[in-house]
Design a protein around this ligand. Sequence first.
Ligand SMILES: C[S@@+](CC[C@H](N)C(=O)[O-])C[C@H]1O[C@@H](n2cnc3c(N)ncnc32)[C@H](O)[C@@H]1O
Length: 293
Amino acid sequence: MSLFKRDHKEISRTAYNHIIFRTFYGVPFADEFMRAAKKYCPPEHLFEENVLRKTSPIFESRYRGGEEALEKFIKINPDCTVLELAAGFSLHGATLAEKYPRIKYIETDLPDIIKIKEKIMKGIGANRSNIFFKSANALDSSTLKKISVAAKTGSKIVVYCEGLLSYFDDDEKRKIAKTIKGIVEKYGGVWITPDPALSVESREFLKKSWPAFRQTLKKAEKMAKQKYDNHGFQSIKDTDRFFRECEFSIRKYNWPTKLNFLKTSEYSEKKISEFKSVLKKYGKVWILSLHGS
Ligand SMILES: C[S@@+](CC[C@H](N)C(=O)[O-])C[C@H]1O[C@@H](n2cnc3c(N)ncnc32)[C@H](O)[C@@H]1O
């Protein structure tokens, strides 16, 4: 019998469009990654570039916010291990492992995705001796615990996930929180995630002023065969309550609003300032530690 109550393979389809998104942000390796990924991307899982361009600032802000929060932790803990869950085709590992050669960066995802990721990273020369690829279901606590054993001895661990919790229901969120709590308790460190920022509450605002965002969400729901509003978090209040119940202390880091994409986009000043005010209110990275640590 399967360990899991459902198969998350369908969620993996949502990883492909982020390869294109990242080429708009100006991050290292994004263009090379996209060229190399073409042969692996099922065309039916890719949205029109025009729609992606219009939605891009939301994801650029989340991406940069998450990476900045990770960097802050790395600067204080230069020998730490980063354990990224559901890394998909993200390039945080490529950037951070190069910039901070003392860290150990472990990328994990479901088997099909992590195999492709490893091939592409090696093919484009983005792989480094301090990056490791491991297949892991984020709900499989025994696999995650085994992988964590490979963390650098005596150094802290930062568990990171971006674009994952929005697909998890309440039981799944509690399960992953319990596993991460165990890891952080054992090695010391934190759990960092920007995921709760895209809650039911913030999506309502974004959908109103950004029709392209509404369109992207609808398509992604169809692909993942699930509704966003029945998963992830309802609001900031709901998120904070959840993490406190799971015994985490909460700090928050703001998503940036100075974005590369906005410099070249055709959005009006009014639209940009509307967008920035939603980001200022909702765009946060959650930094979760255990009481007293
Ligand atoms: C929206 S994508 C985000 C990928 C990447 N973090 C990014 O920001 O580009 C969602 C990712 O979650 C992964 N995923 C879904 N369920 C998972 C699970 N139970 N365990 C591990 N990864 C999972 C998918 O394979 C996919 O790569």
